[in-house]
Design a protein around this ligand. Structure first.
Ligand code: FES
Length: 153
């Protein structure tokens, strides 16, 4: 369509780098079509999708969740305010949980300031809720984040 945008125009209108446009497209968050000369063109309606992605990212919603929400919204017209409100409703609960967690962490931070022990037994920030203890007894973390190894047993 004549009103569709080139990737540079789209990036400029969306306020993001061209590389981010390509990344969002590769992640399935937005779509383009190709001209006979194989140039990408973006429907202006895709700008609204970018706005949603940016808002979601700003509050820490993972891209996979954003994609799930955007996939449920038809592409044949611009996203309405109602569709956006319905789509974002599940994020409210996630945000409430995140706020509660961060509030707890902030409140417990005073316990750690000036301490530096990072004890698995007593540090409320390093092992909040004894999450490592749920994996079993003994030292559960030996090398680094995400690498679970038992100790020298
Ligand atoms: S660093 Fe010592 S209790 Fe958290």
């Amino acid at each position: 369509m004549a009103s569709d945008l080139s990737v540079g125009e789209f990036a400029s209108r969306a306020g993001i780098p061209v590389s981010t446009v390509h990344y969002y497209e590769a992640e399935g968050l937005i779509q383009s079509w190709r001209t006979p000369a194989n140039h990408r063109r973006y429907d202006r309606r895709e700008l609204r999708r970018v706005a949603i992605v940016r808002v979601a990212q700003s509050v820490g919603i993972p891209l996979a969740e954003v994609r799930d929400v955007l996939d449920r919204i038809p592409r044949n017209r611009a996203i309405s305010a109602r569709q956006w409100a319905e789509a974002a409703a599940p994020w409210r609960e996630a945000l409430d949980e995140r706020i509660a967690l961060l509030t707890r962490m902030r409140d417990q931070m005073g316990f750690c300031i000036g301490c530096g022990c990072l004890s698995l037994d007593s540090c409320p920030l390093y092992n909040a809720g004894d999450r490592l203890g749920r994996n079993g007894a003994g030292a559960r973390r030996w090398v680094g984040e995400g690498e679970e190894r038992s100790t020298l047993d």
